[in-house]
Design a protein around this ligand. Structure first.
Ligand code: FUB
Length: 313
């Protein structure tokens, strides 16, 4: 990693009291999944290895990392909290893609996709881990194969939990109270369904992020491919139908992927994603060596989200 960048992080460089993007400059991170727990933001990420080969889609990913902050400026690195080795049923060489963690009943559930193998769940008594596989098999038993990536988890006010995932379709299922099993059928969401030969007005690609804010249900996601922007849809229910609202961030022609994570924290709202800036500082060639970024935003009075500029490249 570039010595100048390492120095910047060790100096805690900030701009206008806000962390400078990318917020993690010591290793390559992607697929941010922020979780607010008590007074702390825990940020779970995937991790691009330094030796990811050149070329779009050349992912080399083996573990999931955790960072925390209480001011959105200074981030503490808690290292790798889980890895492919924690799952006995998945491939072990690669595929540790976009995770999400959620707290329930004093436990922490980390949903992890292993690309090409399926989606699993790990459980811990602490947000820092250690996380263990409580079921010893895939959580999502399906034959979608490529589709079974990018889980996002959401617990509604009535206690019902939902797991959504998928590329290029959006799927969901109702989780049981134990958060490690589900009831009912796996549903392909009709709003986002792609119909062959017809336009795709939602531009849904992958990386869904489900949440609720001020009574509105939101589904943000990586939009179009590639490059990917961040799009979002809203609904009155967690199961849709969803209304496409547009881009939170348009696709950047100089970029490739993106992946949203959205939270409210200490009366402010933030969207996380990633760019390729640190990679481009090292080489002009495209590598899947990405870096997590964050931006504050304010909801419009009708609950819609303003469009934000690209993170710098
Ligand atoms: O990081 C691997 C994959 O790239 C993720 O699962 C997708 O959302 C995209 O960000």
């Amino acid at each position: 990693m570039n010595k100048f960048l390492l120095l910047m992080i060790s100096l805690g460089l900030t701009v206008n009291g806000f962390a400078q993007n990318p917020i993690i400059q010591t290793i390559f991170t992607a697929d941010p999944a922020p979780m607010v727990y008590h007074d702390t933001v825990f940020l779970y990420t995937s991790h691009d290895e330094d030796n990811a080969p050149p070329g779009s889609g050349g992912f080399r990913m083996k573990d999931w990392r955790c960072y925390s902050s209480t001011d959105m400026v200074n981030w503490t690195d808690h290292g790798a909290v889980a890895s492919l080795k924690d799952f006995s049923w998945g491939r072990q060489d690669n595929g540790a893609w976009a995770p999400q963690c959620i707290a329930r009943n004093g436990k922490f559930y980390l949903y992890c996709p292993i690309q090409g193998s399926g989606i699993g769940v790990l459980v811990s008594n602490s947000p820092y881990g250690p996380f263990k596989d409580p079921i010893g098999k895939k959580l999502i038993q399906s034959n979608h194969v490529w589709d079974d990536i990018d889980p996002t988890v959401f617990i509604d006010d009535d206690g019902q939990a939902y797991l959504y995932w998928g590329n290029p379709n959006l799927w969901y299922v109702k989780l049981n109270q134990d958060m490690i099993s589900y009831s009912g059928k796996i549903v392909e969401d009709a709003s986002f369904a792609k119909i062959k030969g017809q336009a795709d007005p939602y531009h849904y690609q992958e990386g869904p992020w489900a949440y609720k804010h001020n009574g509105h249900y939101y589904m943000a996601y990586a939009s179009t491919c590639c490059p990917e922007g961040i799009g979002y849809a809203m609904s009155d229910k967690p199961t849709g139908p969803w209304r496409y609202q547009g881009y939170i961030m348009k696709p950047n022609p100089k970029s490739s992927g993106n992946h949203p994570g959205i939270i409210d924290y200490k009366d402010r709202s933030y969207v996380f994603g990633f760019n390729y800036q640190l990679n481009y500082n090292l080489t002009s060639k495209h590598h899947e060596r990405r870096s997590v970024c964050v931006e504050e935003f304010k909801y419009n009075s009708d609950g819609t989200i303003p469009e934000l500029p690209w993170w710098s490249e």
